[in-house]
Design a protein around this ligand. Structure first.
Ligand SMILES: NC(=O)c1ccc[n+]([C@@H]2O[C@H](COP(=O)([O-])OP(=O)(O)OC[C@H]3O[C@@H](n4cnc5c(N)ncnc54)[C@H](OP(=O)(O)O)[C@@H]3O)[C@@H](O)[C@H]2O)c1
Length: 185
């Protein structure tokens, strides 16, 4: 059985905020395209990636974009039996992170696993033995937020580089940001 490695992907602003009122505090088209490219990319064309998210993040995805296409969508909730009938066919609903990992490990066709939020799911994934990398877009601006990215333990995760991910500053409108990758040491 292949063992899945967890990659986290998030965008956070200066105060590490990631969300407000069940939505994103900013609108960054290029950054959103980066999220899509990263979470879809596979080396083996016969495989797909999984995106793993908390129930609120699922609810936050606009109806026309969910389930996120070309990826296995996995939703974590304490209320599996309530949520299951409300999601489209093919969306996997599980009761916790480990259950999600066990499901992914039971499939042969999943290449990469992307944890896409929110707070508690990021934290659990970051602390999990199978966590590998954090792809964090660092937005150089402060926004009002009610949801935050958990603190990254810099003794455990070190800044790293990767082919295909620009280290240059990105700009959209009046917002500057960097694509950062933190790899578990
Ligand atoms: N900037 C970014 O990159 C980014 C990424 C993702 C989300 N966001 C934003 O973040 C906000 C949503 O995140 P959030 O932190 O509020 O919520 P969330 O993590 O998406 O969802 C929380 C819910 O997930 C379920 N859950 C979480 N951990 C669980 C566990 N260990 N076992 C079972 N169920 C578990 C529970 O669902 P039940 O209540 O159903 O039990 C919980 O209420 C929105 O504003 C969204 O726009 C931003």
């Amino acid at each position: 059985m292949a063992k899945c490695k967890l990659n986290l992907i998030a965008a956070a602003c200066d105060n590490m905020g990631i969300g407000i009122n069940g939505t994103l505090p900013w609108r960054l088209k290029k950054e959103m395209a980066y999220f899509t490219t990263m979470t879809k990319a596979v080396k083996d064309p016969s495989k797909v990636n999984a995106v793993l998210m908390g129930r609120v993040t699922w609810d936050c995805i606009p109806l026309k974009y969910r389930p996120l296409c070309g990826r296995v969508n996995i939703v974590i909730t304490h209320h599996v039996e309530n949520v299951k009938p409300k999601v489209p066919e093919g969306v996997i609903v599980v009761g916790g992170l480990q259950e999600a990992i066990d499901y992914i490990n039971s499939r042969q066709d999943i290449e990469n696993t992307w944890v896409i939020g929110g707070s508690a799911v990021y934290k659990a994934a970051m602390e999990h033995a199978d966590c590998d990398k954090i792809y964090l877009t660092e937005i150089q601006k402060k926004f009002d937020c009610d949801t935050f990215f958990p603190k990254i333990d810099k003794d455990k995760f070190r800044l790293s580089e990767e082919d295909g991910v620009s280290m240059e500053m990105q700009t959209e409108g009046d917002i500057n940001y960097f694509y950062r990758i933190y790899k578990k040491v």
